[in-house]
Design a protein around this ligand. Structure first.
Ligand code: ZN
Length: 176
């Protein structure tokens, strides 16, 4: 299986600067790895076709919000990239199945990835942001671009709702 491949919105140099691996390793028990010794969130479960749709497959509202946030991040001296955006149901199923195998149960897997029918990535309004500094910057925007962090255990995962712009972000949930 391929190593996790960052989908950059800007330059190849930005890809090299992302901290996705450091994040993934942060508090993951070493035993929780697949057969290759990597945690499910360090494995690229997508195909090249999936990668091509990562941004174009997002809802138009999400794409507009991402574009505005990315431009503002650039003005703040940060390069905001998207590690994962839209996912097909088949792609999300591979992610979910990996976590089921890795954690040993569907219930435990759900703390890391939801089944396709419940996934905001499949619905096209979720993005996983890198590097960590850009995600922190985006979180501090408090929904000003319509993008809010949603989960305590996923500092990279943001979801778009038009209402966030006016109402701010809802309280974090501990996990998916
Ligand atoms: Zn996510």
């Amino acid at each position: 299986m391929r190593r996790f491949q960052t989908i950059a919105l800007t330059t190849a140099a930005a890809v090299a600067a992302t901290g996705a691996a450091a994040w993934a390793l942060h508090d993951r028990p070493a035993a929780l790895t697949d057969g290759t010794g990597q945690s499910c969130d360090q494995v690229d479960h997508g195909t090249d076709a999936d990668a091509a749709k990562a941004v174009t497959g997002l809802t138009s509202g999400t794409r507009s919000a991402l574009d505005a946030a990315r431009k503002a991040a650039t003005r703040a001296g940060l390069t905001l990239t998207v590690n994962s955006g839209y996912r097909s149901a088949a792609y999300q199923q591979r992610v979910y199945d990996c976590w089921v195998k890795q954690t040993g149960s569907a219930q435990a897997a759900r703390q890391h990835a939801l089944p396709p029918s419940e996934s905001a990535h499949v619905a096209g309004f979720a993005i996983d942001v890198a590097p960590p500094a850009a995600a922190t910057w985006l979180e501090h925007s408090k929904g000003g671009y319509g993008l809010c962090r949603r989960y305590g255990n996923e500092p990279w995962h943001f979801e778009y709702q038009a209402s966030y712009k006016a109402d701010g972000c809802p309280a974090l949930l501990s996990h998916p």
